[in-house]
Ligand binder design. Structure first.
Ligand SMILES: [Zn+2]
Length: 351
């Protein structure tokens, strides 16, 4: 999650402009449609040999893939929840797990390159490594911002905070799994339909809830720059991200600029994470006299594996309720969200 990959991103704090330097990219995200190629992604295994073994990386992706796989395939996540996925280096033992995989799903957009590289070096010759984000989003719609500057070459990778993009991930997964395991292709498609219907429902509730948040208050200052694609989709503005960082904190000047901006724009609340406490954000909240809510998450699912809330949909519902409520909107439609038609999640989530 937090600690960024390049020095300037490490302690990024910002003010004044929108999260992305490129309004055309924001516009492209706002008009996102899952590409037609998502429905035909993947290829057949030369020798289908029984139950499909699937390996994934971060927990939201594990959950999305598990919602498609149901009980027809084995799904194992690799990156432990509560770990900084941006800097995660897989254990050497992960090579053995990857060597047994039929399909490896990663996010791509350079989020988990060490894991992707380890997978590419170790998977069997008839296995496939699939970059969901790279297949879902055209390069021209990648968002770069202060935490993920274009000069650093690593786009903001958090596509899953945008529900239509998560539905696209699932569409790709259903195609890849169905082509690798034709005997269960119709199961994967049926599971996909249930998941996409639930994502659409949540998305519509969030559109309705956004309308209840006063225009000027649809703003995010967060512990981590994970909501750029979310913001572009719902028409919110990311005014800053203050990363947890062991090396350096934002400069006093950057902090002062954020405090001024929060006061000027009358932002009612700023957001941190339970998993990555941010003393700097807490301090900014005190100085600017706004609420500091420390319960957002981006790749750490709520509850424990096996709980219904421990899921991609549970994660998004929790974040959306938290944001809408704290920023003065009515979150009741989101609170009432109770998806049906989702298959039980049997994936393994390392903790
Ligand atoms: Zn992240």
């Amino acid at each position: 999650m937090a600690v960024a990959l390049v020095a300037p991103a490490c302690a990024s704090a910002r003010g004044d402009e929108n999260a992305s330097a490129d309004p055309r990219a924001i516009e492209r995200v706002a008009r996102f449609e899952c590409p037609a190629a998502a429905r035909t992604a993947g290829y057949s295994r030369p020798r289908p040999n029984g139950r499909l073994r699937v390996v994934t990386t971060v927990a939201p992706i594990t959950s999305i893939v598990a919602a498609v796989a149901g009980d027809a395939a084995d799904v194992r996540g690799l990156i432990p929840e509560g770990t900084d996925s941006h800097t995660y280096e897989p254990e050497p033992s992960a090579a053995r797990l990857l060597a047994t995989a039929d399909v490896v799903f990663v996010n791509g957009l350079k989020l988990e390159d060490p894991t992707r590289d380890l997978a590419a070096a170790n998977v069997a010759s008839d296995a496939q490594v699939v970059e969901l984000g790279t297949l879902a989003l055209p390069r021209a719609a990648y968002l770069y911002d202060v935490s993920f500057p274009r000069a650093g070459g690593k786009p903001n990778p958090h596509l899953w905070t945008n529900p239509p993009m998560a539905a696209c991930y699932a569409t790709i997964a259903a195609s890849v799994l169905g082509r690798a395991d034709p005997a269960n292709a119709s199961t994967y498609q049926a599971n996909l339909a249930g998941f996409v219907a639930a994502v659409d429902d949540l998305d519509q509730r969030m559109v309705a809830a956004t309308a209840t948040v006063p225009d000027a208050q649809r703003t995010l200052l967060t512990y981590h720059d994970a909501y750029a694609y979310f913001a572009a989709h719902y028409g919110w503005t990311v005014i800053g991200a203050v990363q947890v960082c062991s090396f350096e904190d934002p400069s006093p000047k950057e902090v002062a600029a954020l405090i001024r901006q929060i006061r000027r724009e009358k932002v009612p609340a700023i957001f941190g994470s339970e998993v990555f406490p941010s003393p700097v954000l807490a301090e900014i909240g005190r100085e600017a006299d706004v609420r500091y809510i420390d319960t957002l998450r981006d790749d750490d699912l709520p509850g424990h594996p096996g709980d219904p809330a421990h899921s991609y949909l549970g994660l998004m519902r929790s974040d959306f309720v938290t944001m809408v409520d704290a920023l003065g909107g009515d979150a009741s439609a989101l609170e009432a969200f109770a998806p049906t038609g989702i298959v039980p999640d049997a994936a393994e989530y390392p903790q």
